[in-house]
Design a protein around this ligand. Structure first.
Ligand code: ATP
Length: 202
């Protein structure tokens, strides 16, 4: 199984890295693909340039076997829709299971994503808890959770896509927003990001 961890990574932080490692181990994924977006459809222009976000992400993941940075969204013109990314990964993966990994905050906003219902045809969804968010499903999401939820990993291995799996991860209250706020206010984001990221960031 391949994990797909999309995000703006503006910048990458330990909240991304630690949760990715835990999901990889818990689901025994062959690899996790970090997919930085070029133009995030749901938010303001990133603080760091695409080149810088990519550079920091590559540095942060370089030492971990099984962590791969995938640049297809940066190379694709227009807004970075996850459905396009998964369609392109699916063409390469054949029938291998793909697991789109999202934090609970992102999952709660899923009905706002471009062609969100098509995501289930292309990948499983692995949802990680995140401090500050509660599993209270918006009405559009509720039937999908009820129909697709699996409490075991095996059903995810048995088919390429279509299940929703909730994975407990360590609750790290770290966000890129907070790191950018530190930088703007002249405070240090040390210990929230790897040292080599910190060095290149400030
Ligand atoms: P921002 O604060 O700018 O919104 P972010 O810290 O949420 O950024 P993103 O790059 O937007 O980071 O997130 C990419 C993915 O990582 C999303 O699915 C998000 O839910 C997840 N994620 C980020 N930080 C954490 C965390 N601390 N715990 C669990 N999931 C996280």
């Amino acid at each position: 199984m391949i994990g797909v961890y999309g995000g703006t990574f503006d910048p990458v932080h330990y909240g991304h890295l630690r949760t990715a490692l835990e999901v990889r181990e818990a689901l025994d994924l062959d690899e996790i693909r970090f997919v930085p977006c070029r133009i995030p459809p749901h938010r303001r222009k990133p603080f760091f340039s695409a080149g810088k976000r990519l550079e920091l992400l590559k540095l942060a993941t370089a030492d971990e076997p099984g962590f791969v940075v995938d640049t297809r969204e940066l190379a694709r013109p227009g807004p970075s829709y996850m459905v396009d990314t998964l369609a392109s990964l699916r063409r390469e993966a054949g029938d291998k299971p793909l697991c789109l990994i999202v934090g609970l905050d992102a999952f709660l906003g899923l009905p706002g994503w471009h062609r969100w219902q098509d995501l289930f045809e292309l990948a499983h969804l692995v949802v990680m808890d995140r401090p500050g968010y509660r599993p209270e499903w918006p009405s559009a999401l509720k039937p999908q959770v009820e129909a697709r939820r699996s409490d075991e990993v095996l059903p995810l291995r048995r088919r390429p896509a279509g299940r929703i799996f909730f994975q407990q991860v360590i609750r790290l209250e770290i966000s890129a927003t907070y790191i950018r706020q530190c930088l703007r206010e002249g405070r240090s984001p040390r210990y929230l990001v790897p040292d080599e990221v910190l060095e290149l960031m400030v």
